[in-house]
Design a binder for this molecule. Structure first.
Ligand SMILES: NC(=O)C1=CN([C@@H]2O[C@H](COP(=O)(O)OP(=O)(O)OC[C@H]3O[C@@H](n4cnc5c(N)ncnc54)[C@H](O)[C@@H]3O)[C@@H](O)[C@H]2O)[C@H](O)CC1
Ligand SMILES: [K+]
Length: 490
C-alpha cells in the first residue's frame, strides 16, 4: 500500500486530498452504522501518523453532523498533516481529553492510533490505554487496522485494540487473512477509495499471488453441468482409502463427503471388518475389503490396480499402523490427497517424496508442525507457501481462514467460514468432497489445483448455511454432509 499510494502521490494527487476523501468515506459509513438518532457521544483515538489524521477528519465531520466528540491524543509529536488537523479541530472547540478514562462514557470509540505504519511494539502509556479501552463494553471501530496489529502478519505488537468492526482502506491487508488477528478485527469491511488499477497492478502484478477465494471463483470451477451423453466412469472414479476397526466413523464421513461431490464412481478401501457398516451407509459405493493388521488397520491394498482411478484420497481414520498403504499410494501415478494419519505417517517417513502427479496435503496446525518442523507457523500465509515450495505439493492449512498454497507461490484463502467447523469429523468430510471433485476434474481434464480451494470453499459454505439454520452447535459432521448440495443451490 505504501508503494501504491506513493505512485498516486507522485502522479499529482495531494496527500491531504486523499486523506480527506478516505476519511470522508469513513465518516459516512460510521454515520450510517450509528446514526445520530441512536447515539451522540463519540470518543476518537488519535495517533501520531496519518491514521491519526484520518481520525481527526472523522472527528471534524462527526462534530459538524451534530455528534458530541471527544478526542484522546497521547502524543506530543505528530506528522505535519495530522498536526494541522489537530490544530483545526481544537479551534472548532472540540474537546481534547488528557486521560483515557474520560472516554468511558462515550457510546462509540473510533480507533485512529496506528494503521499500516506501526513499525515497532507499543509501550506505556499506550499499552495501558489500549487495555483500559478494551475493557469498556463500548463498540470500537478501527480505521484501516486495529491499532497494535502488524499489517502483514497480524501479530499483536505489545497490545492491540479489540475492535468490533474494522474499516480496511483500499485493499485488504494480509493481517485480515491471518487467524491470530481475527479476534481483534471484529467485522471486517473494505472501504474503496478509487485506487487506480494501473497503480495496483504495477505494484502487485496483474494476478496477485494471494487471492481471497470468493463465490464467483468457486462457481467458475464447480462441475455443475454434465454433457448430455456421458456415463459414470466419465464422471470420475475416486478411491477413498480410509478407516480402521478403531475409527469407522472417519471412513463413513469421508464417503458421505465424496457422495456430496457428485463424483461418478466411488470405491472405498477399508479393513475387512468395516465392510458391512460402509455398505449399509453408502449403498452406491464399491466397498473393497482389505486385510487387517492386528490393531485393525488396513495391512495392505491387496492387488488393487491404482492406475484405474481418477484420484485417490487416503488417511481418514487409518491410524498410524497403515504405513504400507501410504507407501503404496505415494508410488501411484494419480492425483493424491493425504489427510489425517496419512500425514502423520508421511511425517514419520522423514521425507516427502517428489511425485509425477499432483499431491495435496491437508494438515491442521498440529499435523503441519509434524510435517514441516523447520517452518515457523507464526505467519500462516508465508508458512504454507514455504511448505508448498519445499514439498512440491499443494498444501491446504486448515484454520479459521483456511490457506491453500501451491508450489508456484499462488495462494488462495477461504475468507468466509464458521467456527462451527471446529468439530471432529468435519475434516473427513472435506477430504471426501475434495477427492470427488479432483476425480471429476481429472476425468474431465480440467485444472486440478483450483479444485482444492473450491472444495474448501464449498465445505465452508455448507457449514455457514447449516449454522445459520441450526446454530453453530448444530453442525455435526454428518449434518454438514446434508448441507453440501443446498449450499450451492443458494
Ligand atoms: N493509501 C492509503 O491507504 C491511505 C491511508 N491513509 C492512512 O494512513 C495510515 C498510514 O499512515 P502512516 O502515517 O504511514 O502510519 P501510521 O498512522 O500507522 O503511524 C505511523 C506513525 O507512528 C509512529 N510509530 C510507529 N510505530 C510506533 C510505536 N510502536 N510507538 C509509537 N509510535 C510509533 C511512526 O513513527 C509514525 O509517525 C493508514 O493506515 C491510513 O489510516 C491516508 O490517510 C490516506 C491514504
Ligand atoms: K487504527
Amino acid at each position: 500500500m505504501r508503494d501504491i499510494e506513493g505512485r498516486v502521490f507522485a502522479a499529482g494527487m495531494p496527500v491531504a486530498a486523499l486523506m480527506e476523501k478516505v476519511a470522508g468515506k469513513i465518516s459516512q459509513r460510521i454515520q450510517a452504522l450509528y446514526p445520530l438518532s441512536k447515539l451522540q457521544r463519540v470518543g476518537i483515538l488519535v495517533g501520531p501518523g496519518h491514521n491519526g489524521g484520518d481520525a481527526l477528519v472523522v472527528a471534524r465531520e462527526l462534530h459538524f453532523s451534530g455528534y458530541q466528540v471527544l478526542i484522546y491524543c497521547p502524543f506530543s509529536k505528530l506528522k505535519d498533516l495530522t498536526a494541522q488537523h489537530a490544530q483545526y479541530t481544537k479551534s472548532l472547540g472540540i474537546r481534547f481529553v488528557e486521560r483515557v478514562d474520560l472516554l468511558c462514557d462515550c457510546q462509540l470509540l473510533i480507533d485512529g492510533l496506528f494503521g499500516f505504519g506501526l513499525e515497532r511494539s507499543l509501550s506505556e502509556p499506550i499499552t495501558m490505554a489500549i487495555e483500559q479501552l478494551n475493557c469498556c463494553s463500548t463498540p470500537i471501530i478501527s480505521i484501516d487496522l486495529p491499532s497494535g496489529l502488524h499489517t502483514d502478519t497480524g501479530e499483536v505488537m505489545g497490545k492491540a485494540i479489540r475492535a468490533s468492526r474494522t474499516l480496511c482502506l483500499g485493499l485488504w491487508k494480509l493481517a485480515f487473512l491471518q487467524d491470530r488477528a481475527l479476534d481483534y478485527i471484529g467485522e471486517a469491511e473494505l472501504i474503496d477509495f478509487d485506487l487506480p488499477l494501473t497503480d495496483i497492478e504495477a505494484v502487485l502484478g496483474s494476478l496477485p499471488d494471494v487471492t481471497r477465494f470468493t463465490t464467483d471463483l468457486a462457481h467458475s470451477s464447480l462441475p455443475l453441468h454434465r454433457p448430455p451423453v456421458t456415463h459414470k466412469y466419465q464422471q470420475g472414479h475416486l478411491l477413498l482409502i480410509c478407516g480402521s476397526r478403531q475409527y469407522a466413523g472417519g471412513a463413513i464421513l469421508a464417503g458421505l463427503g465424496a457422495r456430496g461431490s457428485g463424483v461418478g464412481m466411488l470405491s472405498i478401501a477399508v479393513p475387512t471388518s468395516l465392510k458391512p457398516i460402509l455398505t449399509a451407509k453408502l449403498p452406491e459405493a464399491l466397498v473393497i475389503e482389505c486385510p487387517e493388521t492386528e490393531t485393525g488397520a488396513i495391512a495392505h491394498l491387496r492387488d488393487l490396480d491404482l492406475a484405474k482411478y481418477s484420484a485417490i484420497a487416503c488417511g481418514c481414520g487409518i491410524t498410524q499402523d497403515a504405513i504400507t498403504v501410504v507407501q503404496s499410494v505415494l508410488a501411484a501415478e494419480k492425483p493424491l490427497i493425504l489427510d489425517a494419519d496419512a500425514l502423520n505417517i508421511l511425517a514419520s517417513l522423514g521425507e516427502i517424496p517428489r511425485r509425477q502427479s499432483l499431491t495435496i496435503l491437508t494438515p491442521h496446525a498440529g499435523e503441519f508442525k509434524r510435517l514441516f518442523p523447520q517452518i515457523n507457523l507464526n505467519n500462516r500465509i508465508n508458512a504454507s507457501c514455504q511448505a508448498a515450495s519445499e514439498s512440491s505439493a499443494v498444501v491446504l492449512l486448515k484454520g479459521a481462514r483456511t490457506i491453500i498454497a501451491r508450489p508456484n507461490g499462488k495462494v488462495d484463502i477461504i475468507v468466509e467460514s464458521t467456527p462451527a467447523l471446529a468439530r471432529g469429523g468435519s475434516g473427513d468430510v472435506l477430504t471426501g468432497l475434495m477427492g470427488g471433485l479432483i476425480a471429476l476434474a481429472n476425468c474431465a481434464q480440467k485444472p486440478l489445483e483450483s479444485m482444492v480451494a473450491t472444495a474448501a470453499w464449498w465445505h465452508a459454505q455448507a457449514a455457514i448455511l447449516a449454522a445459520r439454520e441450526r446454530t453453530e452447535l448444530g453442525v455435526d459432521a454428518h449434518t454438514l454432509t446434508e448441507y453440501l448440495i443446498r449450499a450451492i443451490l443458494s
